[in-house]
Design a protein around this ligand. Structure first.
Ligand code: PSV
Ligand code: MN
Length: 388
């Protein structure tokens, strides 16, 4: 049996990073449905992220995306976050929205465009120096739409060169998180399409480069927990971008589409004793709330991850390992399923009450009047949005 006190302690210590862009407007290429009260500035996004932390107690940092969150003084922004009880987390780069990047950023055939893109990565490390962020998160939309459009192999060389420059610019306590994505916006070939490509580049770079798994970036049916377990064994899993998908990169609330998959992922984390913040994995969300209210959707995502984690912590590992060693297929599966089928909501309510929080974060948020306040206050100016 899992030790209930240890389970509670682990849940209390868990940390989940929210993404600044999830608080802003987002949509599909067909329509962005704007919502009242959406932040207009990085400071307002930070205030919303702090609100998620206030009600959940486990979301003490917010990731920034540059240039969406560009400010004149990042040290001041960091102090602003601290005043609100949170800190600035990963710095996400954006080399996918300028006209120059039509044929790629760091893998573009034009050396001037590659220089511009690489300079942006270096600028992001300058920002990290000011915000105190540890993580530089890199995602490249680079790829090809048509066979023959460019040379697949040369593009890997260009990618490696840019990564090397960024890596060499890192401080002692900073690291690269290299994210992969199967497709989109490129439809034929993406330059970092899968974990193997990301892993190989990270190994070539050195110990300060690790893989970021965005759960929405795989082919349907991919066994993500296998990737998690493999990368953990290699010491190369740096971060998650959690979200849910039904078809492609849907960016829905974590745990909404496939809570069982999220449980299986969290089991591998628990299995490797990698849950504690001291292990160094950055458990981030990367979501877009196109039709649902944003702050409660983010709170719900945090709660879903907590539930998957609680179930993973409840797995009776002695019984599981014994059944596995005995080759008892049915028993091993049943031990795992017992944990998954446990209703952990009462346990999590206890954990929250012990931490001085409301047991029901969404109800508490609704009662707090925060939503009404931001709707009343945030009038005029331009709402923040994905891509704005
Ligand atoms: C790309 O789809 C991605 O997952 C990367 O993490 C980007 O930085 C993020 O989405 C932007 O929303
Ligand atoms: Mn992502």
């Amino acid at each position: 049996m899992a030790d209930l006190n240890a389970v509670k302690q682990a849940l209390r210590a868990q940390q989940i990073e929210t993404p600044s862009w999830a608080f802003g407007n987002s949509g599909t290429r067909f329509k962005v449905f704007a919502q009242a009260g959406v932040p207009r500035t990085p400071e307002e996004k930070i205030a919303d992220a702090a609100t998620v932390h206030r009600f959940t107690g486990v979301a003490p940092s917010v990731a920034l995306h540059i240039p969406w969150d560009r400010v004149a003084d990042y040290a001041k922004l960091s102090a602003f976050a601290a005043e609100h009880g949170i800190r600035l987390g990963a710095i996400n780069t954006n080399v996918f929205q300028d006209d120059d990047y039509k044929l790629g950023s760091v893998t573009n055939p034009d050396p001037a465009v590659r220089r511009k893109a690489t300079d942006h990565l270096l600028e992001a490390v300058d920002i990290m120096d000011q915000t105190g962020s540890r993580d530089l998160k890199l995602w490249f939309s680079d790829g090809l739409n048509y066979p023959g459009q460019d040379d697949l192999r040369t593009r890997q060389d260009r990618l490696a060169a840019a990564l090397r420059e960024a890596y060499d610019r890192l401080g002692d306590d900073q690291r690269i998180l290299l994210e992969y994505k199967l497709f989109e916006p490129a439809f034929y070939a993406t330059d970092v399409p899968d974990w193997g490509t990301s892993y190989a580049h990270c190994v070539e770079l050195g110990p300060k480069a690790t893989v970021c798994i965005d759960t929405g970036h795989h082919a349907p049916g991919t066994n993500i927990e296998f990737i998690v377990s493999f990368l953990l064994r290699q010491g190369k899993l740096g971060a998650f971008d959690f979200n849910s998908r039904f078809y492609a990169d849907d960016d829905l609330m974590a745990g909404a589409a496939d809570p069982f998959q999220l449980f299986r992922i969290m089991y591998e984390i628990v299995r490797a004793d990698a849950l504690s913040p001291s292990y160094g994995i950055n458990f981030m969300l990367d979501q877009c709330h196109n039709i649902e209210a944003k702050i409660p959707a983010i709170i719900r995502s945090v709660m879903n991850i907590q539930e998957a984690t609680a179930k993973a912590l409840l797995v009776d590992r002695d019984a599981l390992f014994a059944a596995q060693a005995a080759g008892d297929v049915l028993e091993a599966n049943s031990v795992l399923m017992d944990a998954y089928n446990t209703d952990v909501r009462p346990l999590l309510r206890d954990v929250r009450v012990d931490a001085g929080l409301d047991p029901d974060p969404i109800a508490a948020y609704k009662r707090s009047g925060y939503q009404e306040r931001i709707v009343a206050d945030r009038v005029g100016g331009e709402q923040a949005g994905w891509g704005a």
